[in-house]
Ligand binder design. Structure first.
Ligand code: MLT
Length: 269
């Protein structure tokens, strides 16, 4: 079943959001430059036992775009306002992938009381190096002038494990289509926001909710050793390496990802 995307007004814009099921709330936050569709296998697995909330972030999918820069802090505040608009008062489990993880750190910094647990998939705690930040700003200009195609060409090969590239062409096509739904201005705004994001490594030891750090064994963007170092710093952390997966572990290997997620949710219940 394709989950229904509803329109919700929050933070002064219109959000496209999947809001399915009832029970303890799990909020999924997609990576760059994707949308709610990347969490389809997790929505299917959890919506019978949980309330699953899966927004398109500002500038992506069906959500409105704002031009300029969208910081990780702004994205995190958007999520808090969206939860208010949906009437969610109880603490949620927030599961973010990559840019969704950068946003998750800021959600903890700004809205810690709203968190029951955190799941950090294929993400980083370190900021961009000056060269990486400059590269992002250049890419933002290029996308505004030339459209999404150069970004799609540069990103697709880095997102997936070898097995996915060889055996799952339809999944890669789905992701290509997802990137095609993001607005160039939204892509540029998020790139500028990521370029200026905070170094959250000094705060990791203070995160006192249960955490799961999950990484695809073949992730080239946030490699296993870098994610293990994050897990080592988090006080209540389970570290999970997902086989046959790269940066898009939840899509590339849903059974292993869902097992780690449901184990956490069972521990919380
Ligand atoms: C993502 O998947 O969200 C991106 O790889 C994040 C990034 O570019 O740092």
């Amino acid at each position: 079943m394709t989950p229904e995307l509803k329109t919700v007004h929050a933070a002064g814009i219109r959000f496209g959001v999947v809001d399915e099921g009832s029970g303890p709330c799990v909020l999924f936050v997609h990576g760059f430059p994707l949308d709610h569709g990347m969490w389809r296998p997790q929505i299917d697995a959890l919506c019978d036992s949980h309330r699953v909330i899966v927004p398109d972030l500002r500038g992506f999918g069906a959500t409105d775009t704002t031009e300029g820069t969208v910081t990780m802090e702004r994205f995190a505040d958007d999520l808090a306002e969206l939860l208010d608009a949906l009437g969610v008062r109880e603490p949620v489990t927030l599961c973010g992938l990559s840019m969704g993880g950068y946003i998750a750190w800021q959600f903890w910094r700004r809205h810690a009381k709203r968190l029951a647990a955190l799941v950090l998939c294929d993400t980083r705690a370190a900021p961009d190096s000056p060269e990486a930040a400059r590269g992002r700003l250049d890419t933002a200009e290029k996308v505004l002038k030339q459209g999404r195609l150069p970004l799609v060409r540069a990103m697709i090969p880095k997102l997936f494990a070898k097995t996915t590239r060889e055996k799952n062409a339809s999944l890669i096509e789905d992701v290509r289509r997802m990137i095609g739904r993001a607005s160039p201005a939204g892509i540029a705004a998020a790139l500028r926001g990521m370029a200026g994001r905070e170094d959250v490594r000094p705060f990791l030891r203070r995160i006192d909710v249960p955490t799961v750090v999950l990484v695809g064994r073949e992730d080239e963007i946030s490699p296993v050793e870098e994610m293990r170092a994050i897990a080592d710093d988090l006080p209540h952390c389970e570290f999970v390496v997902i086989p046959n997966a790269g940066h898009m572990a939840p899509l590339e290997n849903p059974p292993a990802t869902n097992e780690a997620l449901t184990a956490l949710l069972r521990r919380l219940s």
